[in-house]
Design a binder for this molecule. Sequence first.
Ligand SMILES: [Zn+2]
Length: 212
Amino acid sequence: MTLASRYAGKTVLAVGAHADDVELAVGGTIAKMRRAGARVVMVVVSLPGDYALRSREAERAAAILGCELRVLMGDGARRIEDLKSYELVAMIDREVRELGPAAMLTHGATEIHRDHVLVHEACVSSQRLQPFDFFTYHPNFCRPVPVPFHPRAYVDITETMETKMRAIEAHQSQFKCRGIGIDVYRDIARLNGRMVGVQYAEGLDVSRMLLA
Ligand SMILES: [Zn+2]
């Protein structure tokens, strides 16, 4: 059974601290899951900066990937770090209770961005509500920084690589406007692909997975 068909007819939550985090790390994986018939909900905790603009970009990226989008924190001055940890856990819990996911993909514990770590910890807590497969994804950064991450599973995203790149390009304010190239994400996918003998892959760390 492929990872994509494993979740056909089921719901997958892809959780990121900010708009673009999910696309960068697992855009190819969730596009593939969606094509295989999974309901994929991209849960974005906050949209710092120009809320309206980033919201439009996130909507466009989600549409390109064929996934649903939910933004948990509305337009306001607060950032994730301003939330109490129980408030953030309650936000993630609400999504898990409503959607009953078969899998969750989110940030890992080793990221340099504090907001990413906070979201990781809240997602870890949400596992107490019900069993679901729990994966963490490659650390995100605009400019490469050495951060420990050890993939234990790889998803062949050769068929959705270009879709992933288009979804990343939708976040114009994060890349094009700041003069940051997005080729690094193709490089990472190519390197991960080499590890498993396919053209492009995304790496996942596996925290919990039921083999039935
Ligand atoms: Zn982020």
